[in-house]
Design a protein around this ligand. Structure first.
Ligand code: ZN
Length: 274
């Protein structure tokens, strides 16, 4: 009996220390990016999603626009499982009304709809695969100059019809304005003609993080190419579903769409990892 109580005590003690060994930083809000560390040989999962951990114990995860106010991280080490509850800040989203869009992109016919679905599937498929290198050590920078003409998360009403929330940041500037890479990474998609996104580039920054640049004019990179933060990759254009020249800039963690303005506030992590 004494032995049993002792074992029980040790287990409880271990479970508590396991969760407290976990350090989490970043922006713990809807649309935000979290990062942190765990001791060696620890595994982590968020719901059914297994989280990648670097050899040094570093990890990141994205928080969706509609995240509940608490998330539960499952922490496993030496077969001992503990849970850590993370509080997520809720945000208010604005309603944006946009008119004057080409009608075939807002209410597409069947043929166009099929293309939109296939193109969306291609983007989703590329987002599932990500490098195991941490290319984003220097943090993220704005990919273009321009006036903020649309923010992440807003509820959109296009030509009077309610549509999905806006998934990125819009920067309005004249056609030909430079677009640069937000962080180092490998170009994961170049497409010259998508119905909704027009000329499109995606960059894989590793650990599930990817950026997307859409409605482009000219594109200066190829799939598979390594790009550096600040490198010229394209020009702002007016291709795809848009009512005027602007860059739509998005950041995702696997399939989870994140708020670029929130991710940009996550400090460079080069000083805390190797
Ligand atoms: Zn946009």
């Amino acid at each position: 009996m004494t032995r049993y109580i002792f074992f029980y005590f040790i287990t409880i003690f271990s479970v508590n220390s396991l969760a407290s060994d976990l350090q989490i930083n970043g922006k713990l809000e809807q649309g935000g990016l979290a990062y942190g560390w765990v001791p060696k040989d620890t595994s982590l999962s968020l719901g059914v999603t297994e989280i990648d951990i670097s050899p040094e114990g570093y990890f990141i995860f994205g928080i969706s626009r509609n995240s509940p106010s608490t998330l539960e991280l499952k922490v496993t080490k030496n077969k001992i499982v503990s849970k850590k509850i993370i509080n997520i800040k809720k945000r208010d989203w604005i309603i944006e009304r946009i008119n004057g869009l080409p009608s075939n992109t807002v209410s597409p016919d069947n043929k166009t709809l099929k293309r939109i679905r296939n193109e969306g599937a291609l983007i989703s498929q590329r987002r599932k695969i990500s490098a195991s290198s941490i290319y984003f050590k220097n943090g993220f920078i704005l990919p273009s100059e321009g006036r903020v003409s649309g923010v992440f998360g807003s509820q959109r009403v296009l030509n009077g019809k309610p549509r999905s929330p806006h998934s990125g940041l819009d920067l309005a500037a004249p056609i030909g304005t430079k677009v640069i890479a937000t962080a180092d990474g490998i170009v994961s998609l170049v497409h010259k003609d998508m119905i909704l996104t027009g000329k499109t580039v995606m960059i894989d920054h590793g650990f599930g993080l990817q950026s997307i640049y859409i409605h482009l004019n000219d594109i200066f990179v190829k799939e598979g190419e390594l790009v550096k933060q600040g490198q010229l990759i394209a020009e702002i254009g007016v291709t795809g579903r848009t009512s005027g020249p602007h860059l739509h800039f998005g950041i995702t963690w696997y399939g989870v769409k994140l708020d670029p303005q929130s991710v940009l506030k996550v400090l460079p992590i080069k000083d805390v990892i190797n």
